[in-house]
Ligand binder design. Structure first.
Ligand code: C5P
Length: 218
């Protein structure tokens, strides 16, 4: 049975998944699941406890809260989300994400976030592996340069030494690894609507998504 209450948004780095998930969750009053943040949190735990068993235990002490329709991760009541947003954490998350133990440790946490209120889940394998029964699936793409510009604009706020060149290289490397990995590779689900946001505003993408969601759940 297809699930009306779940919207999945997958796509490469900086394609606008997170922003779309946030506005969509706000509009529909759904819970939002930022699965990339869970992978980042797991890699943070793995750095503290470098084996999967202990990393899982460490992870279980973290708290996940939704603030203003965005997921945040807390350790001892301190919001560690800004730390998890660093590109170095993204790189280690990307490496760890190809291991079965990592994906197995995170899958039930993601599925447990499903609520009666509805869920907007963004990531790489939301529509293909984690929520294959979701009725509304989006695969959001954009040109590499457009995505690098967006990510650069975010990262430069906290790191003045970052360069466009390094951002573009990191995006390429991560997308390449995400697409080529054996487990849960980054690919559109067969029943996903592919939206290219290169020349679209955030409002355009939201409108297309709402229209598609309405059609899918009629
Ligand atoms: O989306 P974000 O850039 O925060 O994700 C960080 C990394 O976590 C990705 O590059 C990817 O390797 C991994 N990831 C994944 N599956 C997901 C979400 C993220 O493998 N559903």
């Amino acid at each position: 049975m297809k699930d009306n209450n779940i919207i999945t948004i997958d796509g490469p780095s900086a394609s606008g998944k997170g922003s779309l998930a946030k506005v969509l969750a706000k509009k529909l009053k759904f819970i939002s699941l930022d699965s990339g943040l869970l992978y980042r949190a797991y890699s943070y735990c793995f750095e503290k406890s470098p084996n999967h068993l202990d990393a899982k235990k460490y992870f279980s002490n973290l708290k996940i809260n939704i603030i203003d329709h965005k997921m945040h991760v807390f350790e001892n009541n301190i919001d560690i989300t800004p730390i998890l947003r660093h590109e170095s954490v993204a790189k280690s998350a990307s490496k760890l994400s190809s291991f079965k133990e990592t994906r197995d440790n995170l899958i039930s946490i993601q599925r447990n976030l499903v609520s009666k209120n509805g869920l907007v889940a963004d990531g790489r394998d939301m529509g293909t592996v984690v929520f294959p029964n979701a009725k509304t699936k989006i695969f959001l793409i954009a040109d590499e340069e457009v995505r690098a510009k967006r990510r650069y604009a975010e990262l430069i706020l906290n790191n003045s030494s970052i360069t466009m060149k390094s951002v573009l290289r990191d995006i390429r490397d991560r997308d390449d690894a995400d697409q080529k990995r054996y487990l849960s590779p980054l690919i559109p689900a067969k029943d996903a609507l592919v939206i290219d946001s290169s020349d679209l505003t955030e409002e355009d993408v939201l409108d297309l998504t709402i229209k598609y969601y309405t059609d899918c759940t009629k």
